[in-house]
Write a protein that binds this ligand. Sequence first.
Ligand SMILES: *Cc1c(COP(=O)(O)O)cnc(C)c1O
Length: 390
Amino acid sequence: MSTHQQTNAIRIQTERTNEMEHSTPMFLTSSFCFDNAEDMRAAFADETDANIYSRFSNPGVQEFVDKMCALEGAEAGYATASGMSAVFGSFMALLKQGDHLIACNAIFGSTHTIIAKYLPKFGIEYTYLDANADEAAWEAAIKPNTRMIYLETPTNPGLDILDLEMIGRVSKKHSIILNVDNCFATPVNQQPIDFGADLVVHSATKWLDGQGRVLGGVIVGRKDLIKEIYLFCRSTGPALSPFNAWVLSKSLETLDVRMERHASNALFIAQSLEKNEKISSLRYPFLASHPHVAIAKKQMKNGGGIVCFELKGGLESGRAFLNNLKMLSLTANLGDTRSIASHPASTTHAKLSEAERQAVNITPGLIRISVGLEHKEDILNDILQALEKC
Ligand SMILES: *Cc1c(COP(=O)(O)O)cnc(C)c1O
């Protein structure tokens, strides 16, 4: 193992088979064989870590997990079929009836659905805090039964930055599990474990794949917590497909170089649009105008690949903008080689009430751009010509 992240993301690989392949092979098998009854007994008794069945473990899936652990600086991990099964698994394995969860209210739409609709069915209560909550507000939200703090930073889609060092300090002081969705930053830009996170969850569907091909998720972090999550997942079945694991593991080899370009393109787009007359406000974490720029620079290497702005004309302008784009894709995903424009109020966050959307700054004219790897001037020119028609 190297001390350099990008080398580990490229060089960690399943042991070479006697075919002497260079690229990692795919292990498309649902189960694994044993030479004899004794080996099989020992594997089932957990006396060896031999693979048994791909719902439990698979060499290609483990390769992806090992790379993610190296990237995040984590002890252990488990890969899941989607980001949502990673989030759900991290909750269900570690929370029980009577427990309390504190979460920032600016979170992915389906995560909000799990917290507000499903966790209460199991007797798990929650408190939402605003992204701007200070240390006193986090302290005040803690109850004797608080077991987990959950957050995303940067948030989706508002790009608020939460202070990982401050929240890490609060969680450590009260021995509460800190669980961070690091999807937007990726580990090459931000490592929440350095700031006290116990668990990091990802939608691998986004930047980790980076090419819009497969769904996947992963949870990494403290070994004792991952053990519980593994036991929950191996019984309930959200395992990552070995094919998707192969795709994702190969993607990690280019993550560092891709994210650098996504971020430099995004910074160029943000700087070029900031003063545009059709836009009332624009957010990018590394712009001096961002309200949390100091925290962003403390915990992130760059501003990431997402830019958000508010059109002066509100909902009608938002529709006109999307309809006049010639190159940018209108699609629900983010974190692709291809630039994507989306309108959260009518899509990913449509299930929230108007008041809930307001609380997390999702205004009717909010546009989110996932900046791709096309030439930065082609991305900008498409946005500018669509803005002219708003
Ligand atoms: C997309 C997303 C998820 C859910 O991931 P899936 O792979 O779609 O299940 C969770 N958190 C964030 C921040 C996301 O953007």
